[in-house]
Design a protein around this ligand. Structure first.
Ligand SMILES: [Zn+2]
Length: 391
């Protein structure tokens, strides 16, 4: 593409996006007012239908990848203008939220003092809206140096158990991945994330009356308590490695030696190469009885890969920072201990940026907010970056 034609695309697309501000807010209102908790398939799919209706109205081809029990994945494709046909520019967003049915009726989409509120308004229905308008802009004007794929998935908040293979397959062909999780409250984007592994461990002991037959019992609670101490000792803050038992339950009654106990464990780490060693350490503690007569089973319930910076990702970040500056934004990269789908994309080697969505805060709480004035410039920053990608 010549510089003149690129500048022509840039002007047309950034102007069009600026003119769509109210349309973006209108679509956001529709999406926020649909309950779409991760386990609410019909709600997550209803959000997908609303997105698909918008995209098809803009002449964009969509396909639905059916998923049992969780929200279907929606995949939209916009042709590129020359350049590479084999590699794609991937825009990712999840349609599910952490809120259960009835939340939207309780606190529907509202606007107050330049901020929008409502369940999932920032995390990440605003990002879904932004990606939809980016696809629409490039469908209308062209200029993308490679085909663009918009992937709208439905189970990120529970670790993307069904979306992960879809994301990884798409990311393997991607020359750049933009995950439109909300920008940090500072406006910064996310250039690195920890990996996370979520375990459940069930401990079995032996029930007995704690008064009459105390010595015949074997306490699963005592065994679990000892294991918890061992797990927590695996934490190594210098390495950014943490183990947190966040949930426990167990026992039968106060006067029974506990026959069973269960916990959920959250492991976070930074270096992809550290994963197996620390996972094995967690497993070994589960499988080693400290109290004779107990046994335990442990399973991985969900997992996110770390997003580790790479030379290619750094170059993409530099391009993004320069593009954002032209959209009037001053952006830095941040590391986050939180996990997201961007880790799966980065894990298969795709240059990936996360948190490029509109800016918001207090996600997963009733105070969650979105800065409405960030909708247009964040979309423009992503658009300018896409136009300047090397293919
Ligand atoms: Zn999110």
């Amino acid at each position: 593409m010549t510089i003149e034609s690129r500048q022509d695309f840039e002007a047309k697309i950034t102007t069009w996006l600026a003119e769509r501000r109210q349309d973006m807010i209108d679509l956001l209102e529709v999406l926020v007012n649909i309950d779409s908790g991760s386990y609410d398939k019909s709600g997550v799919d209803a959000v997908g239908t609303a997105v698909r209706t918008f995209l098809e109205g803009e002449g964009i081809a969509c396909e639905t990848l059916a998923i049992e029990n969780k929200g279907d994945a929606l995949r939209a494709v916009v042709a590129g203008s020359g350049g590479s046909a084999n590699r794609v520019i991937l825009l990712m967003g999840h349609r599910d939220t952490v809120f259960s049915r009835g939340e939207a009726a309780k606190r529907p989409f509202t606007i107050e003092g330049g901020r929008a509120y409502g369940p999932g308004v920032a995390d990440m229905k605003a990002g879904v809206v932004m990606n939809s308008f980016l696809l629409a802009a490039f469908a209308k004007f062209g200029g993308a140096p490679a085909p663009m794929v918009g992937l709208f998935t439905g189970d990120e908040e529970i670790g993307s158990p069904t979306s992960r293979p879809i994301i990884e397959a798409e990311a393997r062909n991607a020359l750049a991945v933009f995950n439109s999780e909300p920008g940090r409250p500072t406006g910064n984007i996310v250039t690195g994330r920890k990996g996370g592994v979520f375990f459940r461990c069930d401990v079995t002991g032996k029930a007995a009356h704690s008064g009459a037959n105390f010595q015949q019992g074997v306490s699963a609670i005592e065994e679990l308590a000892r294991k918890i101490q061992s797990w927590h000792r695996l934490t190594d803050l210098d390495k950014g490695q943490t183990v947190n038992v966040g949930l426990i339950s167990g026992g039968q009654s106060v006067n029974t030696v506990a026959p069973s106990a269960t916990c959920d464990i959250d492991l976070r780490y930074v270096e992809p190469g550290d994963r197996d060693e620390i996972v094995n350490a967690v497993m070994n503690i589960a499988h080693t009885s400290s109290l004779a007569g107990t046994s335990a089973e442990i399973a991985i319930m969900g997992e996110f890969r770390p997003m580790k910076p790479s030379a290619e990702a750094d170059a993409l970040f530099e391009r993004y920072v320069a593009s954002a500056a032209e959209a009037g934004l001053s952006i830095e990269g941040e590391f986050s201990g939180g996990c997201a789908d961007s880790g799966f994309a980065a894990g298969v080697g795709a240059p990936t940026l996360c948190g490029v969505g509109p800016v918001g805060g207090k996600a997963h709480s009733a105070e969650e907010y979105l800065e409405l004035d960030s909708l247009v410039p964040r979309a423009q920053a992503a658009a300018l970056t896409i136009l300047r990608l090397n293919t």
